[in-house]
Design a protein around this ligand. Structure first.
Ligand code: AMP
Ligand code: ZN
Length: 113
């Protein structure tokens, strides 16, 4: 938990979010600025700054994050499929330095910047 990290503060309940799913070590909440009909963020509770920091020892966590992405997309009506993307580092357009998977379902309003 980092006091200066936006998503750590959401995970800890210090900041509000529209949480759609929560399970051991993982939280999913709606993006505040959605670019598609459904736009949720799949977030590990543990502070991992970005995908480039993920270690082989966290392979199980990564697998669980991807499965939660599919489960939530399906539950929200996107059993036909969804978009999945991760921005990694400022060069990849990442604005919140706490690992998160974007899950986009349904009609796209615009493409992510
Ligand atoms: P990225 O630019 O890939 O790091 O994605 C960060 C995402 O977090 C953006 O799509 C933002 O709209 C979203 N975001 C920023 N602040 C919040 C917040 N307080 N609650 C939910 N989503 C947020
Ligand atoms: Zn964090």
């Amino acid at each position: 938990m980092r006091d200066d990290c936006l998503f750590c503060r959401i995970v800890d309940g210090h900041l509000p979010a529209d949480v759609v799913h929560r399970e051991d070590g993982i939280v999913v909440f709606r993006d505040i600025n959605p670019v598609a009909e459904t736009h949720v963020l799949v977030v590990p509770e543990e502070h991992i700054a970005d995908l480039r920091e993920l270690e082989p020892s966290q392979a199980d966590l990564w697998m669980r994050l991807t499965r939660v992405a599919t489960a939530v997309a399906t539950r929200l009506g996107h059993e036909a499929g969804y978009r999945f993307y991760v921005s990694a580092g400022p060069g990849g357009g990442q604005t919140v330095p706490h690992l998160h998977i974007h899950v986009l379902g349904g009609r796209m309003k615009r493409f992510p910047q």
